[in-house]
Unconditional design. Structure first.
Length: 85
């Protein structure tokens, strides 16, 4: 993986903490909208992290594949992007 490992791990640890917080909020029977907002915050950081990984993949793996005239990485990236819709 060519993405910035430290940044990716930091973001995933933040998301992990947010998920643990959401579980605690549910256990404490907290207000629905507060839980909803926390879930959206978690989704946002996961989306940002996922996009950074795909960006690195395109800039490195796909670029290298294009240079080597190999379309498989392009198709693979497109399929992954379409799965996330």
């Amino acid at each position: 993986m060519k993405a910035n490992h430290k940044k990716i791990i930091r973001n995933l640890n933040i998301a992990k903490g947010q998920i643990e917080g959401i579980i605690k909020m549910i256990e404490e029977d907290r207000y629905c909208i507060d839980i909803y907002d926390q879930i959206n915050a978690t989704r946002a950081i996961l989306n940002t992290t996922n996009n950074a990984i795909m960006e690195a993949h395109i800039k490195h793996c796909v670029k290298e594949a294009i240079i080597n005239e190999d379309d498989t990485k392009i198709e693979e990236a497109l399929k992954a992007i379409n799965r996330s819709k």
